[in-house]
Design a protein around this ligand. Structure first.
Ligand code: IDP
Ligand code: MG
Length: 151
């Protein structure tokens, strides 16, 4: 099933110059970039994105982290995109993330784990609507689609 997911390179990923490396992994895998922008997340948007964690002890540092500098927001489309992107990201704690995953290759600790990705189709819909309007989301064909997918 072709679906969309929301992905964000967090402030540490931008500051460390990892944006190209991360986007490149998704492009090479065959994901289509349907939307992309750089922004500094306002506090309220950060709170809404992470509202499921509002009672956790790490909520305050998480908000400080996520609003500490610009991020790159993306909407990626592909086969089973939510789960596949999560598997490419690796476990939340980079020390548990497998080598070959983004966190497993590029990060050290949970509080600086370089990337966010939606954890379900419902979260994806919610997060895409939170971060993008309809004029920022695009439909187009990749010329390699005929070879990425079966007929
Ligand atoms: P996820 O990003 O893999 O979906 P979540 O459990 O949803 O992980 O947590 C959201 C984000 O909150 C994590 O990516 C990480 O940046 C931060 N976080 C989660 N747990 C901790 C913690 O125990 N200490 C510090 N930061 C945490
Ligand atoms: Mg999560």
């Amino acid at each position: 099933m072709i679906e969309r997911t929301f992905v964000m390179v967090k402030p540490d990923g931008v500051q460390r110059g990892l944006v190209g490396e991360i986007i490149s992994r998704f492009e090479l895998r065959g994901f289509k970039i349907c939307g992309m922008k750089m922004m500094r997340i306002p506090r309220e948007l950060g709170e809404r994105n992470y509202e499921e964690h509002k009672d956790k002890p790490f909520f305050k540092p998480l908000l400080a982290y996520i609003t500490s500098g610009p991020v790159i927001c993306m909407v990626l489309e592909g086969e089973n995109a939510v789960a596949v992107v999560r598997s490419m990201m690796g476990k939340t704690n980079p020390q548990d993330a497998m080598p070959g995953t983004i966190r497993g290759d590029l990060a050290q600790v949970t509080g600086r784990n370089v990337i966010h990705g939606s954890d379900s189709s419902e979260s994806a819909r919610r997060e895409i609507n939170l971060f993008f309007n309809e004029y920022e989301l695009h439909e187009y064909q990749r010329p390699d689609e005929g070879w990425l997918f079966e007929e």
